[in-house]
Each structure stands twice: as structure tokens, then as C-alpha cells.
Design a protein around this ligand. Sequence first.
Ligand SMILES: [Zn+2]
Length: 160
Amino acid sequence: MEAVNKRELIVSKIKNGTVIDHIPAGRALAVLRILKITEGYRIALVMNVESKKMGKKDIVKIENKEVDEKEANLITLIAPTATINIIRDYEVVEKKKLKVPEVVKGLLKCTNLTCITNNDIEAVSEFRKISEKPLKMKCVYCDTVIDENEILKQILGSKS
Ligand SMILES: [Zn+2]
């Protein structure tokens, strides 16, 4: 077994599913939360590994789930550096292009307490992108703007 090196263990392949690499260190669990990954999936989490580009990074592998366009774009909210590869039969068949979503429904909370989304249990929050760098999104109901810090706080801080 001496021939097995650390690198091989970290990049060990999955047969089918999704590999999300270059996640900022410490945010792997938040990525799972955004994807609403809970029970039933086989997942490999690699956290705080060395990265030439990033210093430290996290990697998430999810077996038998292919992340779709919408899910991939949500990941940009907390992990803009992430790369997403779809794997079939051990081969990368698709590399997702990430872009900040134009609309985010039901994930973020409006910071305006009088907003209808905070007062009507049937109202689903909805934000539209107004800028990408810096990241700003606007509530479609009351025009409240939330920035990157607020978005990070909500997603990284919230319990699923
Ligand atoms: Zn609002």
C-alpha cells in the first residue's frame, strides 16, 4: 500500500454524479445546503486541502446526482470560484459554466421586516440580480437590496 499517495485518495473517482471543486475552504457544507442535499445521497467531502490557486479549498462529490443549471448557478452565491463537473461512467461529460442567477426564489430572506415575504406565509421570497461584482440582489416585492455580505450571512449561517 505504500504506493498510494495522498493525492490519489483525494481525487478518487466516482462513477456517476457531480464533482464540485475549488470551493472556498469551509464552504462545502453550505454548498450541500444550497443544493438541498440531505439524506439518501452518497457524498464525499474533502475540506481544507491545498490548492495551488486558492491556498486551501473544499471539494464535494455527490454520487448519482447531476447538478442542473439552476443549482449550479446558485452555487455562485457562496462559491464563485467553484468548478462543476458532471461525471458519467468515470468520465467528465460536462463542465458547467457558472453564472450568478438572474432570479433567486425561496432561498434568501428579505431584510425588510415589513416586506410581504416576511409577513405572508404563502409568499415566496424572490430576488433579482442587479449587479454581479459587487454582488447585489433586489427584492421584487419591496425593492430592498441585499449585498454579498448579507447573502453569505444568510446561507452560511442558516441551519437547514
Ligand atoms: Zn422585500
